[in-house]
Design a protein around this ligand. Structure first.
Ligand SMILES: Nc1nc2c(ncn2[C@@H]2O[C@H](COP(=O)(O)OP(=O)(O)O)[C@@H](O)[C@H]2O)c(=O)[nH]1
Ligand SMILES: [Mg+2]
Length: 56
């Protein structure tokens, strides 16, 4: 991994933050994604222009 980005999603409950992050990381939309209490963490490694980037 050449670059590490920390991305924080803040927003009112129910606006779709967890769904967006899950879709970004897994490519799947799960309408039953459970409510986040406080905070949750996901990690993803992507290739862009031949370099690896980690998003946490
Ligand atoms: N129709 C629709 N529902 C969505 C979308 N994104 C999220 N939801 C639904 O909105 C509700 C709240 O989403 P969630 O990801 O838990 O929001 P969070 O509280 O911001 O993390 C869930 O029932 C999701 O299934 C979307 O793009 N379209
Ligand atoms: Mg959530």
């Amino acid at each position: 991994v050449q670059s590490l980005f920390k991305v924080v999603f803040l927003g009112n409950s129910g606006v779709g933050k967890s769904s967006f992050i899950q879709y970004y990381c897994t490519g799947r939309f799960d309408s039953k994604v459970s409510t986040t209490v406080g905070k949750s963490f996901h990690s993803d490694v992507r290739a862009h222009h031949g370099s690896l980037f980690e998003y946490t």
